[in-house]
Ligand binder design. Structure first.
Ligand SMILES: Nc1nc2c(c(=O)[nH]1)N[C@H]1C(S)=C(S)[C@@H](COP(=O)(O)O)O[C@H]1N2
Ligand SMILES: [Mo]
Length: 163
């Protein structure tokens, strides 16, 4: 991972007693702790990662759970159309249409080790297909399912940093 820009891990990011909460317009809101996630089907994939700021990290190997497997367990209500993915660094949150978050995964390991905090651990969202670098939300701690488009902050925060 040499040669990548390094962003400091914000003070609010803690891994103690971490759990991922899924709430909002779901029938069975709940928290998944690390053991719950480890018990879910896991998969491994490798891909390149690009940032608007102009760099690429090639050939990373991730171990992850599918967000669709989590949603199946919380049962979004029929009117659900969006997800707002919240992170531990303050106001950072990124909105997705439900069908896009359903194809995303949560990375829990990088190259065989628990995902380091400096790379977004304990859990980092990896949307599939083309997307913007700010959609790869580090330090995910909750996902709110909504019927209406939620206001998000990620794009503005990310672009504000490189301009
Ligand atoms: N929670 C959170 N996730 C985030 C960000 C952030 O500030 N907070 N920045 C995004 C942006 S703009 C980029 S380019 C990548 C940087 O990932 P890296 O720190 O692993 O290089 O994280 C993305 N995910
Ligand atoms: Mo970025």
């Amino acid at each position: 991972m040499d040669g990548l820009p390094r962003y400091d891990v914000p003070d609010e990011v803690t891994t103690d007693d971490w759990a991922l909460t899924i709430r909002g317009s779901v029938r069975r809101p709940r928290a998944f702790d690390a053991a719950d996630l480890a018990a879910l089907p896991n998969e491994t994939f490798a891909e390149d990662f690009d940032c608007e700021a102009g760099w690429t990290a090639a050939g990373l190997s991730w171990r992850d759970v599918r967000v669709a497997d989590l949603l199946e367990r919380v049962e979004p209500t029929p009117e659900s159309q969006y997800a707002l993915v919240h992170a531990m660094d303050g106001e950072y949150a990124c909105a997705f249409p439900l069908e896009r978050i359903e194809s995303a995964v949560l990375a829990l390991e990088l190259d065989g080790e628990p995902l380091p905090t400096e790379h977004g651990g304990p859990a980092r969202l990896i949307p599939t297909g083309d997307g913007d670098c700010w959609e790869s939300v580090k330090w995910v701690d909750s996902i709110a399912i909504t019927a209406e488009p939620p206001a998000d902050t990620a794009r503005e925060i990310a672009l504000g940093r490189i301009e």
